[in-house]
Design a binder for this molecule. Structure first.
Ligand code: CP
Length: 309
């Protein structure tokens, strides 16, 4: 029997209560409080990754298997998309056979929306050019687990205003009293439309989101310093001198001296000595690898939300 499904293509698809429920369910999975249930037994999940992935692909594959589903994996060269079949036709065929597809593409979310026109198949965005929603859900799961709540947290994000930053801005601003300070290199900021959307969310939830393109006058009393690698998956930078623009935005051991109360987060993969000093990434304040593990627990919560209703 096929069930109606729910898509997760952008965080803006989620009502506040859905976002919170997924985060809390992810924490329950991480704590082993969900009792090894296999609610997706008999269901089939496709994973389609046209770009490289270690964490997200493994997390969703393991999540589907742990929940009792079976998985079909498609790599970048496997589908007839490569020979010109449309994304709409691909989605139509998938929906006749799969219960969900978890997809990472290089294009805009609109591609996934074209695949998602079928109510009985869920489509999950495992990263598009604009947004990485399941990363933000894993990040919030990690914050909830670490701090016991998300409201009121103060977070500094340093680095490119990429799809991870966009997702974080669209997620954290749903929680009252949070402050998200984005420090992005000039020319590499968060998409202005996303930032405006995040500001509207922040205004509606008693939160703050701000972006600057320098590292002066950083806010104090931080709970989290977050960075991301300088070369986002599936992208390149036309400016041959881009590294000199990014250099001031490294999370160094010296920067850490001023924020020693904070924890360090990184979506990984990391390049030690580039966006972050090894002493920080591998130091006692780092929860980056807990964050990576939480991608599994959060992916289980996402699949349950999408496929169980
Ligand atoms: N953070 C993240 O999305 O990792 P992968 O690219 O390895 O999936």
């Amino acid at each position: 029997m096929r069930h109606d499904a729910r898509d997760l293509i952008s965080l803006t698809d989620l009502a506040d209560e859905d976002l919170q429920a997924i985060v809390l369910r992810g924490v329950d999975h991480a704590a082993g409080r969900t009792g090894g249930e296999r609610p997706l037994t008999g269901r089939v999940v496709g994973t389609y990754f046209s770009k490289t992935s270690t964490r997200t692909r493994t997390a969703f594959t393991c999540a589907a298997l742990r929940l009792g589903a079976q998985v079909i994996a498609y790599g970048p060269g496997d589908l007839q998309l490569n020979t010109g079949e449309s994304i709409e036709d691909t989605g139509r065929v998938f929906a006749a056979m799969l219960d969900a597809v978890v997809a990472r593409t290089a294009g805009p979310p609109a591609e996934l929306r074209a695949m998602a026109a079928h109510p009985r198949m869920a489509v999950v965005n495992a990263m598009t050019a604009d947004e990485h929603p399941t990363q933000a859900l894993a990040d919030l799961t990690t914050l909830q687990e670490r701090f016991g709540g998300i409201e009121g947290l103060r977070l500094l994000y340093v680095g490119e205003g990429n799809n991870t930053a966009a997702a974080l801005a669209l997620a954290l601003t749903r929680f009252a009293g949070t402050h998200l300070e984005l420090r992005t290199p000039p020319g590499y900021g968060v998409d202005p439309a996303v930032l405006e959307r995040a500001r509207i969310l922040a205004d509606g939830h008693g939160a703050v989101v701000a972006e600057r393109h320098d590292m002066a006058d950083l806010p104090g009393d931080l709970d989290v310093v977050y960075t991301t690698r300088w070369q986002t998956t599936g992208t390149s930078k036309p400016d041959p001198d881009w590294r000199s623009v990014f250099a001031p935005f490294r999370v160094t051991a010296e920067l850490w001296d001023d924020h020693s109360k904070a924890v360090f987060m990184h979506d990984l993969p990391a390049h030690r000595g580039e966006e972050v000093d090894a002493d920080v990434l591998d130091g006692p304040a780092s929860i980056a690898f807990t964050q990576a593990e939480n991608k599994l627990h959060s992916a289980m919560a996402v699949l349950e939300w999408c496929m169980r209703g």
